[in-house]
Design a protein around this ligand. Structure first.
Ligand code: CS2
Ligand code: MG
Length: 402
C-alpha cells in the first residue's frame, strides 16, 4: 500500500478548521486535524508546500518512521506550526492503520483501560449567580467535572466568558480585538466565586478553573492558596509557561493542583515540569503536540512522575482531534480528564463522527480507525474567514498575556 494523494482542506463552519486527508493507492483514506487557532493558513501552507510532496509514494503503515522523517528531516524543529502539521499526518496514518486492521485505534494502543473518558464542561457567565445556574445545567447534563469562569467586576470582558452559553470561540475578529485585564480585581474576586459554587454543589463535583497564563508565580501562589478551601481539581495555566522554574514558587505555597500544557508542542516543552513534579496534569493535545505518536510519549513520561493527562479540547480543535484524543484517553494508564467544548451542529455536519457523550463520559465508538470523517462537499460550503485571537492589555495599556 502506498500514499497516493493528500488533500489539505480549510473550512469554516462557524470557525476555521484545517484537515489533512490522505488517500492510499488501495482507496483507504485517513484524516488528521491541523487546526491552529488564528494561524490556520500557516499550517495549511506548511503541509501543502513542505509535507505533502514528501508523503506521496510512502508506505502509510510506517507511522513512526514518517514521524521521525517529518520531525528530524525538517531541520527546523518544534513550534506550533510544525508540530500541528506533523500531528495531522500522524492522526491520518493511525486512522488508516486502524481501518486496515479493522480495529478502532484505541485497540492498537493497548485496548481500553477504563469504561469511558471523563470529560469536563464549561460553565461560564458574567456574574456568580448566573454561573451557579450554568454549573447546575452541566450537572443535570451528567457532567462529573465542570470548569468555572466568570466575569471580573470592573472589566468589560474576560477570558472564558462567552456570549453563547454552550459555544465558546475566542477568535472573534479578523484583526485581534483588545481586552483589558486587572490582576488585583481578579485575585480579589475569584475565591468568592468558588466559595459560592462549592457551597452550592458540595464536595463531590470536580471543579476546575483556567487562569489563562495571566499571573506571576507569586500571584499564582496566592491564588492557589486562596482556593485551597474549595478543593479544585486543577488551576490551569496559572502563569505563562516559558519560566518553568517559576512553578517551583507556586508549589512552595499551595497544594491546589496545577494543569499546564495546551500551548506545548513536544515532550521537551514539559519535561522539567513533569520530572520535577511541578504540575499535576499535562494538557498537551493530539493536534498541537505531534499527534498520537508523540502524545503517547509525553503521557508515558508523565506516568513515571504520577502526572496525569488533562488534554485540551476547546472548539478550535476539530472533531477529528476529539476523536483521536479519545482513543488515547481510553488506552493510557494515567488518564486524568478530557476537556470537551461541544462543537456546533454545522461543525458536526462537516465532521461526522462516532464519539458519543453518555453519563459524563465520552466514548470513541467501535468504528475501525478514528471513527470520524470530513464531508468535503459540506466543507466546501464554508470558505475560510480570517480570525485572530484577542490581545490583552492592563488598565494602563501595557500589553499582557491573553
Ligand atoms: C482555553 C482555550 O480551553 C481552554 O483551556 O485555554 O479556550 C484557548 O483559549 C483556545 O484554545 C485558544 O485558541
Ligand atoms: Mg486553557
Amino acid at each position: 500500500m502506498k500514499i497516493a494523494d493528500c488533500r489539505v482542506i480549510v473550512t469554516c463552519p462557524g470557525r476555521n478548521f484545517v484537515t489533512l486527508k490522505i488517500e492510499t493507492d488501495e482507496g483507504v483514506t485517513g484524516i488528521g486535524d491541523a487546526t491552529l487557532n488564528g494561524r490556520e493558513l500557516a499550517v495549511a501552507t506548511y503541509l501543502t508546500e513542505h509535507v505533502v510532496p514528501a508523503l506521496t509514494g510512502r508506505d502509510p503503515a510506517r507511522i513512526e518512521d514518517t514521524w521521525q522523517y517529518l520531525y528530524k528531516g525538517a531541520y527546523w524543529r518544534r513550534g506550533p506550526v510544525t508540530m500541528s502539521a506533523i500531528a495531522a499526518v500522524d492522526m491520518a496514518l493511525w486512522d488508516i492503520k486502524g481501518k486496515v486492521a479493522g480495529l478502532p485505534v484505541y485497540q492498537l494502543l493497548g485496548g481500553r483501560s477504563r469504561d469511558g473518558v471523563t470529560v469536563y464542561g464549561h460553565a461560564n457567565a458574567e456574574t456568580v449567580d448566573e454561573v451557579l445556574t450554568e454549573v447546575d445545567r452541566y450537572v443535570q447534563l451528567g457532567y462529573r467535572a465542570v470548569r468555572v469562569q466568570t466575569g471580573v467586576p470592573g472589566l468589560a470582558t474576560t477570558y472564558g466568558v462567552s456570549k453563547d452559553r454552550l459555544f465558546y470561540e475566542p477568535a472573534d475578529a479578523a484583526v485581534a480585538s483588545e481586552a483589558t485585564w486587572d490582576t488585583a480585581s481578579y485575585l480579589a474576586h475569584t475565591p468568592g466565586v468558588f466559595a459560592r459554587v462549592r457551597d452550592a454543589f458540595g464536595p463531590g463535583l470536580k471543579l476546575l478553573h483556567d487562569v489563562h497564563h495571566r499571573l506571576t508565580p507569586i500571584e499564582a501562589a496566592r491564588l492557589g492558596k486562596s482556593l485551597e478551601p474549595y478543593a479544585l481539581t486543577w488551576m490551569e495555566d496559572p502563569v505563562p509557561a516559558e519560566l518553568q522554574q517559576g512553578f517551583r514558587l507556586i508549589r512552595q505555597h499551595t497544594t491546589t493542583p496545577v494543569a499546564v500544557g495546551e500551548v506545548f508542542n513536544t515532550v521537551w516543552d514539559c519535561q522539567q515540569l513533569i520530572t520535577e513534579q511541578l504540575i499535576d496534569y499535562v494538557r498537551t493535545t493530539v493536534v498541537h503536540a505531534g499527534g498520537i505518536t508523540h502524545l503517547r510519549r509525553i503521557f508515558d513520561l508523565a506516568a513515571l512522575y504520577q502526572v496525569r493527562s488533562g488534554s485540551h479540547g476547546a472548539t478550535d480543535l476539530s472533531p477529528v482531534s476529539m476523536a483521536a484524543a479519545l482513543h488515547v484517553d481510553l488506552a493510557i494508564p494515567n488518564f486524568g480528564l478530557q476537556e470537551y467544548m461541544r462543537h456546533t451542529e454545522e461543525t458536526d455536519a462537516v465532521f461526522p463522527h462516532g464519539y458519543r457523550f453518555e453519563n459524563g463520559y465520552l466514548h470513541p465508538g467501535e468504528q475501525p480507525g478514528l471513527g470520524v470523517d470530513i464531508d468535503e462537499e459540506a466543507a466546501a460550503r464554508y470558505p475560510y474567514r480570517p480570525k485572530a485571537l484577542p490581545v490583552n492589555r492592563l488598565v494602563d495599556g501595557t500589553l499582557h498575556d491573553w
